[in-house]
Each structure stands twice: as C-alpha cells, then as structure tokens.
Design a protein around this ligand. Structure first.
Ligand SMILES: Cc1cc2nc3c(=O)[nH]c(=O)nc-3n(C[C@H](O)[C@H](O)[C@H](O)COP(=O)(O)OP(=O)(O)OC[C@H]3O[C@@H](n4cnc5c(N)ncnc54)[C@H](O)[C@@H]3O)c2cc1C
Length: 670
C-alpha cells in the first residue's frame, strides 16, 4: 500500500535512535532578534498548550494564548489523576527508552508511527526533570527518590505521580511558567475566549476568529503560526470522564478548512469508572488506573451469587475466595489486573454480558482492595513491627494508612459519590469513554495538512495508535509542548521572518468572521422546542450503542443514518435562548454540539471502513477465537486521514505505517 501523495509525514532519515538528535542538530533556527517579530497563537492552556506557550515565549516569540475557561489553570488536564510515564528506570526493573517505545507501539496495537513514538520515549525523562525543577511535588520514597507505580500494558514501574492529582500538579507547574511569561509581557492571555474559526491566507494558517464569551464580541487575531492544543473530543458520547466543557470545535473548524482528521474512530474506553446510575447523569467519574496496582478485579463465579448481589441479598465480602472469578488474572496471567485499558474494558463487558454484573443495572464489576490492604500492606507493617500471627482485624488496621497515603483522595471521591466506603467494601466499576486517540493528522513536526497550523496533545492523532496506555497522555502533551514544538515550529518560522503581521482587515479575516456570525445567527434563529442537551444526549446514545466499546457494520450503518437525521432535527428544532451579545453558555454548547453532530458521523464512517479490530476499535466481525481483537495488517496497517469535502462527504487518504524496528505481532498479554 502506498501513502497518499497528500500525506508527507516528514520523518527524518537515519536510524530510529538518531532521528531526533540529528533533527535537532540540523533544523533551521530563528535568531533571537527575529523571534521578537514573530507571533504565535496557541489555542488551549492545558498541559500541551501551557507548556508550549511558556516555552515559546521563553524562547522570545510573541505568544497569544486562548482558553474558554475563566483561568488557564482550569483546563481539563487538571483532572488527570494517576500519573505520567517516563523511561527513567529508577526502579532498576529493566526499563529503557526502547522498552517504553515498544510498550507504546504494542499497546497501540501497531497503529502508531514508529519515529514519533520513539521520540516521545526519548524525551520522557526530560519531562520529569523539567517538572521537578518547576517544583512539581511528585511522590517520593523515604530516602527522597521519586517514587513510581505501574500502569496498564507494562511490566515495569515507570509512572511518576503526585497522589491522585498528578494532572493538577503538572498543570500548576506549566501554569506558573506561563504566568511568568504573562507577567513579562511575552504572552497575552485570553481567558473566556472560544476560537470559532481558523483564518487561512495563501494556503497558510494566519490567525483565528475568537468569541469573547463574556461580551459575545467576535475578535480577529493574527499569528504567523497557529497551534491547536484544544484537547480531546470524548464528549461526543455525551457521557464521558472528560470535563463538561471539553469539545471538538477548534479542531473541527480546522478540519473543515482543510486539516485532515486522523483515525477519528479510535476512542478509549476506560475500564475503571463509576458505573452509570441512571438517565439523569451528565458526567461520569474516573477511578484512576493506578488503583489497579493494588485493587483486584472480580465478579462472582456463580450466576446465582451475582444475582443475589444485584438484588441486595448478598454482601460481596461474604463470597468465599474460591467463589470469586478474578477474570483478568485468570485470562491474562502475565499482566493480570494491569492489562491495557481496551483489553480490561472488553473483559468487563464480556463478564457483564454473560450475566455476572454486580449492580442493579448488571453493568458493574468489583475493584477490591481487601486482599492487598491486609495481606500486602498490613502484613508488611506487621512484619516491620514484629507482630506475630496478626489477626485479620489487625492486618486491616495496619494496612489502611498505607492505602490511604497512596490512594486516599480517590477513595474519598468514591465514597462521596456512591455513599459506599471502599475501605470496607469493594468498589463497583464499569468502562466509560475517556480519551480520543484520533485527532488532527500531524506530521513529525506536529504540523497538520495546513501549513503553519499545528496540533498538540490530545488534539492530534499522534503517538498512541489504536489504544493509549495509561499515564501516556500527560507525557505526550508535555513532550509536544516543552520539547518538540519549540524545535519544529522554528523550522517553519525560519521561513517566515520576512512576513510582516497581516492586517485583520484582510478579506480572509472578514470572511472567516462572517462564517462564524452566520452559524451563530442560524443557531439563534431556529427557536425550536428542544434543548441542546436533548440532542447531545441522543447523539451520545447512538455513539455509545453503535460506535462504542464494540461495533459492527450493521450498527455503524444505522448510526450514520441516525446521526444524519438527528442533525437535521437539531437544525429544525433546537432552542437556544438569549442572544449572542452576552454571556450565553447555552449558545456555546449549541455550537459545540453542532460540531459533534458532524464529527460523530465521520467517526462512524471511519469505524465502518476499518474492517479489522485493533486496540479500542473492536469490530465484532473481526475477533480471534478467544475474543481478542483481530488485526488485518495486510489491508489496514495505515493511519486513516480524512479530508473534508462537504458535509457528509469525506475523502480517505492513507499513511502507510512501516515497522522497521519492532516486530509486528498479535498482541498478547497472556
Ligand atoms: C478524569 C481523567 C483523568 C486522567 N488521568 C490521566 C493520567 O493520570 N495520566 C495521563 O497521562 N492522562 C490522564 N488523562 C488524560 C489527560 O488528562 C488528557 O489527555 C490531557 O490532559 C489533555 O491535555 P491537553 O493539553 O491536550 O488538553 P486539555 O487539558 O483538555 O486542554 C484543552 C484546552 O483547550 C482549550 N480549548 C478547547 N477548545 C477551545 C476553543 N475552541 N477555543 C479556545 N480554547 C479552547 C480549553 O480551554 C483548554 O484550555 C485523564 C483524563 C481524564 C478525563
């Protein structure tokens, strides 16, 4: 299969381990005096956006940062709990740059680009140093060394963490670096601004149209280059673990202006979330993957026990050890509870579909700490204190403070939401939408198919293939922002030093603004009967049922028709109260849902065309005898990059994936 001529990944020549070093040593540079005249727009202030903006400003560029929250510090990255990976090998357990690279490619089911992933593994160690220098309070061992824990899909401990609030601490580090530049006047910060269009002049990205969300005013902003670090689009499913405001608008508008969309159907369903409790919910809560270090996942072995638990007639603590099915440990002895997310999610679904679910809806399994709390941590403490033959109660009491220290805030969160004390009872969990591996297609430079337009962090499709490993999103966002874009954007801008700032009266700005105005006016003019949420919820149900944890051709074909019909209904019957000249969250939401209604269709088209199963994309028609994902490397070893033609019409371009440093194999965690 040949790569489409419209896709040039620009992978540097040379052996894998030398590509990035050579690139950095030979890439064209911009001298400091010229940097001062170059303006860069960064949309997004999460880990990817903040780290990029702070670093670029530190280098001397003039930077404008946009986010829709009231503070850069409220970006969704702040929600990240469990940790960030880095190949530091602090544990001396066999980790290396190559192993992190290998785990990530394998974890992504061989659907990511080798060169990008290797670079990610290489710079991972620098990220930790950078963050420590900023004062990020990573957990430490007694002797002062940084502590590590395990995440899924690996057999080493390479995850750095700050209790269950790693994202928050990392973002505070990046935010401090950003605010330093704001204070110095190098960065202009535009909070409560939403980017609603990209401006393209002579084929290059030259600015954006943003709406001031407080006044409703539309603003035009010029930049020599534009970076989109606007996060993922999991909220297309309505219910997800993402922040309520997370949306696809920035990348979707760019897509409609010519940026190709890579692997839109690759969605991550996270296995450990608090189960859906009813139709009233607008948000799901993640229980961090770090809990799988010590929590064991099980369902009863006997159907009658599962039924009795569901009916509230049996307490799970009363089920004997031999009557419990630790199904991940049974099916995947080599990785046990730490299999990757796609594998763990499907295994939970399989047990629940077979009737072993343990909550009222039958869609929950147990995540149980009792064993390790008592026999790992309790016993360790008992040994330390010389307590011989401790009782069960003593073990519980001794182990609890250690579990509290490691996971306390997550346990508190679970108790506050469910009313159940996870120190005393197993948690109930079920898979939920969490992350999108798809995003704007980018080359090695993180540039989209529009020259001068970049995508970073979760907004791009890069690095994770068909399934992201836990703790790798923070790593990727910060790698992109702190270590990759500062070099790659320089290469582009070195060719722009003669470009003077373009007036925002340029007709391309006027036209882009008019497109935004037209959409806003249209939304306000419908004056229909149903709220925006009504449509979003319906879309979410279609997506979850037909393009969710498992998919099949018939369901996807139906979903495409249903989404088209829903989109029509939306434009006939949506009700958006208020006006565009004021703070109007319902109008913001309407624009985002309008975009989701288009993106959802493309996700289904992509899922339908990919006649194989890989990672999070599980097509029921393509599975091994024991129910694992069955890839078709001969026909689908490519990135699907979709070019927008007109609504409902896309052209597929393929970037062939070549594996020259890794042996492609059936993924196994057994
Ligand atoms: C609950 C939860 C826990 C997680 N835990 C972990 C973890 O432990 N480890 C890990 O590696 N990953 C984790 N992840 C994933 C990780 O948090 C995200 O992938 C990552 O933080 C995304 O960062 P980002 O910078 O790309 O985008 P975000 O943090 O989502 O930031 C997006 C930014 O773009 C702005 N924006 C978006 N659209 C527009 C627009 N149109 N105009 C203006 N501004 C816009 C927003 O205001 C925001 O500032 C977790 C995810 C969730 C949901």
């Amino acid at each position: 299969m040949a790569t489409s001529p419209k896709l040039d990944a620009k992978i540097p020549e040379g052996p894998l381990h030398e590509k990035w070093t050579r690139y950095r040593s030979t890439v064209p540079l911009v001298n400091p005096a010229n940097k001062r005249n170059l303006e860069i727009i960064v949309v997004g202030s999460g880990l990817a956006g903040s780290s990029a903006a702070a670093t670029l400003a530190e280098l001397g560029y003039k930077v404008k940062v946009f986010c829709f929250q009231d503070s850069a510090r409220r970006a969704h990255s702040i929600a990240a709990q469990g940790g960030i990976n880095a190949a530091k090998n602090y544990q001396n357990d066999g980790d290396s740059v190559y192993r992190l690279f290998y785990d990530t490619i394998k974890g992504g089911d061989y659907r990511a680009r080798e060169a990008n992933v290797y670079r990610l593994a290489e710079v991972s160690a620098n990220i930790i140093d950078q963050c420590v220098a900023q004062g990020v309070p990573f957990a430490r061992e007694y002797g002062g060394y940084l502590s590590n824990r395990s995440f899924g899909g690996t057999q080493v401990q390479r995850t750095f963490y700050a209790a269950g609030q790693t994202g928050q601490q990392l973002l505070l580090g990046a935010y401090s670096a950003l605010m330093r530049q704001v204070a110095l006047g190098q960065v202009q910060m535009f909070t409560r601004h939403e980017m609603l269009n990209v401006v393209i002049i002579d084929g290059k990205a030259r600015g954006i149209i943003a709406r001031n969300l407080i006044t409703g005013e539309l603003e035009r902003h010029f930049g020599h280059a534009v970076i989109l670090a606007s996060g993922g689009y999991g909220n297309v499913f309505y219910l997800s673990t993402n922040a309520m405001g997370s949306n696809a608008t920035a990348i979707w508008k760019a897509h409609k202006k010519g940026a190709f969309f890579g692997n839109p159907c690759f969605t991550q369903i996270h296995p450990t979330c608090i189960p859906v409790s009813g139709d009233h919910q607008s948000k799901l809560t993640l229980m961090s993957e770090s809990l799988r270090n010590d929590g064991r996942i099980w369902v009863p072995k006997k159907l009658e026990d599962a039924k009795a638990i569901r009916e509230g007639k049996l307490n799970p603590n009363d089920i004997k050890e031999e009557d419990r099915d630790y199904y991940l440990e049974r099916r995947y002895p080599a990785f046990g509870n730490l299999v990757p997310r796609d594998v763990a999610s499907r295994a939970a679904k399989e047990r629940c579909d077979a009737g072993f679910g343990v909550n009222a809806t039958g869609e929950a399994v147990f995540l149980d700490f009792a064993y390790n709390l008592k026999y790992k941590y309790g016993m360790m403490e008992a040994n330390k204190r010389g307590i011989k033959n401790p009782t069960e109660q003593q073990l519980k009491e001794l182990g609890r403070p250690i579990v509290e220290e490691k996971y306390g805030n997550l346990f508190d969160m679970y108790k506050q939401i469910t009313g159940v004390d996870p120190y005393e009872n197993p948690m109930m969990i079920y898979p939920a939408v969490h992350y999108t591996m798809g995003g704007l297609w980018v080359d090695y430079n993180l540039m989209t198919t529009i020259p001068g337009l970049y995508a970073l962090g979760e907004a791009n499709f890069s690095d994770h293939g068909a399934n992201r490993l836990g703790a790798s999103a923070l790593m990727q966002g910060l790698a992109d922002g702190y270590f990759v874009i500062p070099y790659t954007i320089g290469a582009y801008l070195s060719g722009e030093i003669r470009t003077k700032p373009i007036s925002t009266n340029h007709e391309a700005f006027v036209q882009a603004e008019n497109e935004v105005k037209d959409q806003i006016n249209l939304l306000l003019s419908v004056k229909g009967k149903y709220s925006v949420d009504h449509f979003h919820k319906k879309l979410g149900k279609i997506m979850w049922n037909k393009c969710g944890m498992s998919r099949n051709a018939k369901g996807l074909q139906e979903a495409i028709e249903e989404i088209r019909a829903l989109r029509e209904e939306f434009w006939k019957d949506v009700k958006v109260p208020g006006s565009d000249k004021e703070f109007n969250p319902e109008l913001e939401k309407a624009g985002r849902v309008a975009d989701f209604l288009e993106l959802g269709e493309l996700m289904c088209i992509d899922a339908l065309h990919r006649n194989e199963s890989c990672g999070g994309h599980f097509r029921e028609e393509y599975q091994t005898e024991d129910g694992e994902a069955l890839r078709d490397d001969e026909n689908f070893c490519y990135v699907a990059a979709w070019e927008f033609r007109e609504l409902g019409k896309w052209e597929l371009h393929k970037e062939e994936l070549k594996f020259e440093n890794i042996k492609v194999a059936q993924r196994s965690y057994k």
